[in-house]
Structure formats: structure tokens, C-alpha cells
Ligand binder design. Structure first.
Ligand SMILES: O=c1ccn([C@@H]2O[C@H](COP(=O)(O)O)[C@@H](O)[C@H]2O)c(=O)[nH]1
Length: 267
């Protein structure tokens, strides 16, 4: 079961930090080439500098797809550079009719070989089934996303007065998690919603983006969900410096993230 891989990495590094590998050509350090080769060098330096501080890495597929086939190769090289004991979450937000979902699942789990993926629930069970059936992989399903526009849909009130995102959490916890391989994506920008979700479904791991660049607060997330929160930082770590010491700067940010957390665990 792949959640064991997350737990083992979190325990050995004493960390629930996930670093998002979202390489933006325009923000690469000045000395690197602004192409797929530059991205691989950049990612490898970030991974080398931080692999003892994280419980996972999360490449967002958009940044690689934007470069066409060279980007796909850069993604594969990045994945190959991540130490095998650290889980890789592909942030792809997939979800489509069953036959297409099957191809998406094969691309992620067989071709790329990642451990986990993000999924959109809005086409329902059959659109997720090819992912959920893979008991050795973890599926993080969008529930309450970090962006302000998430309100437009996720906060719509159902007949019982509750917001739609709570129904998504219920579906995941009570119907889609037969293989015990589901988690939820919940934005750090909504800590009280995280607390509600965590209180109702304490067994579900939570992937929490939105800290740092989007304004979410680590302390509030930890108070809301504690050890169940895998907290993602992307831009605030990756672009801590644009100089040749960018990897050291990234490490510093990651260490600063860990400091209050370790204090929490080991008072
Ligand atoms: O609700 C969501 C779901 C996914 N994301 C993704 O996480 C990272 C966040 O990057 P930062 O630079 O730390 O803001 C990025 O890949 C998003 O696409 C999210 O932000 N919110």
C-alpha cells in the first residue's frame, strides 16, 4: 500500500513537507538554460538539496507538457532523479469517461511510474475507477481547492444546506475508498474547512497546497489536521533565490518550514 511509503518517508525525515516541482522557464536561475535541459538541472539540484527534508515530491504536469516532448522527457528524468523511497505525486487533476481515464491512469502509473495522482471528482465514480482500482497507488481527490474561484462550485449548498465539498469528502470516505488508497486535496487557504473535513474523516490523508505563495498559514493547517496534512510548497521553495545558490536557498526555506513542525512533535 503506497500510503505506507508516505508514512515511512515522513517518519524517517520527520517531515510532512511535499515540495512541488513546478519549473517555470521564466523563473529559472539566471545561469541555467531556459529549456528542458535547464529544468532537469534545476529539479535535480532542488531534489539533492532537499531529499532529507520531505515526505514527497509533487511535479505538476502542466509545466512539463508546456514544453512538448522535451518536457515529457524532462519529467521522466526528474522522476528518475527522486530517491526511490520518496513518494511522487503527479499533480494532473485527471478525470474523464472510463476509457480515457484508463489511458490517463496507465500514463501516470505505468509510463511515468508515479506513486500517486491528483484527480477531479466532477465526472463521478467511473471517471476515477481506473485509478482507484490500483490499490498500490494513492489517489488525491480535489475537495476544497486553494483558489478563490473554488467557491463557485465547491461551496454550492446542497439540499441539506451543506456545501458540495463536504459531499465530495463523504463520497471519497464512504464509497470510493474501498482500497484504502484515497486522500483529499484541501487548500491551506481554508483552514476551517480543513478542520471540518478532518474531524469528519480523520482517516483520510490530506494533500494541502496553498501555503506560502498563496497565503495559507502552516500553523493553521497543522492545528486543523496535524499529521494527516501533507503540506505542499512549490514556488516559495523553488524560487527562493535566482542566483547560483538557489538550491541552498530552497533548503533554507524547507528547513524553516520544518522548524515549527518538529517543535510541535517534539516539544
Ligand atoms: O487546490 C489546489 C490544488 C493544486 N494546487 C497546485 O499546488 C501547487 C501550489 O503551488 P505554490 O507555488 O506553492 O502556490 C501548484 O502546482 C498548484 O497547481 C494548488 O495550488 N491548489
Amino acid at each position: 500500500m503506497v500510503m505506507q511509503k508516505f508514512r515511512a518517508a515522513a517518519a524517517s525525515n520527520r517531515s510532512t513537507l511535499c515540495i512541488g516541482l513546478d519549473p517555470d522557464l521564466a523563473r529559472l536561475p539566471e545561469h541555467l538554460t531556459r529549456d528542458a535541459a535547464g529544468i532537469v538541472q534545476f529539479n535535480q539540484a532542488i531534489i539533492e538539496a532537499t531529499s532529507d527534508l520531505v515526505c514527497a515530491y509533487k511535479p505538476n504536469i502542466a509545466f512539463y507538457e508546456a514544453l512538448g516532448s522535451a518536457g515529457w522527457q524532462a519529467l521522466k528524468q526528474t522522476i528518475a532523479s527522486i530517491p526511490g523511497h520518496l513518494p511522487i505525486i503527479l499533480d494532473a487533476k485527471r478525470g474523464d469517461i472510463g476509457s480515457t481515464a484508463k489511458a490517463y491512469a496507465s500514463a501516470a502509473f505505468d509510463e511515468l511510474g508515479v506513486d500517486a495522482i491528483t484527480l477531479s471528482p466532477y465526472m463521478g465514480y467511473d471517471s476515477l475507477q481506473p485509478f482507484l482500482e490500483r490499490a498500490d497507488k494513492t489517489c488525491f481527490i480535489l475537495c476544497r481547492t486553494s483558489n478563490p474561484g473554488g467557491d463557485d462550485v465547491q461551496n454550492l449548498a446542497l439540499a441539506n444546506g451543506e456545501p458540495l465539498f463536504l459531499k465530495i469528502a463523504e463520497l471519497v470516505a464512504e464509497r470510493w475508498n474501498g482500497n484504502q488508497n484515497c486522500g483529499l486535496v484541501v487548500g491551506a487557504t481554508y483552514p476551517s474547512e480543513i478542520a471540518t473535513i478532518h474531524q469528519r474523516y480523520p482517516e483520510l490523508p490530506l494533500l494541502v497546497p496553498g501555503v506560502g505563495s498563496q497565503g495559507g498559514d502552516i500553523g493553521a493547517v497543522l492545528a486543523a489536521a496535524g499529521e494527516q496534512a501533507i503540506i505542499n510548497l512549490s514556488r516559495s521553495v523553488l524560487y527562493a533565490s535566482s542566483t547560483s545558490s538557489f538550491a541552498e536557498a530552497a533548503r533554507d526555506v524547507a528547513q524553516r518550514f520544518l522548524a515549527p513542525k518538529q517543535a510541535l512533535n517534539h516539544p
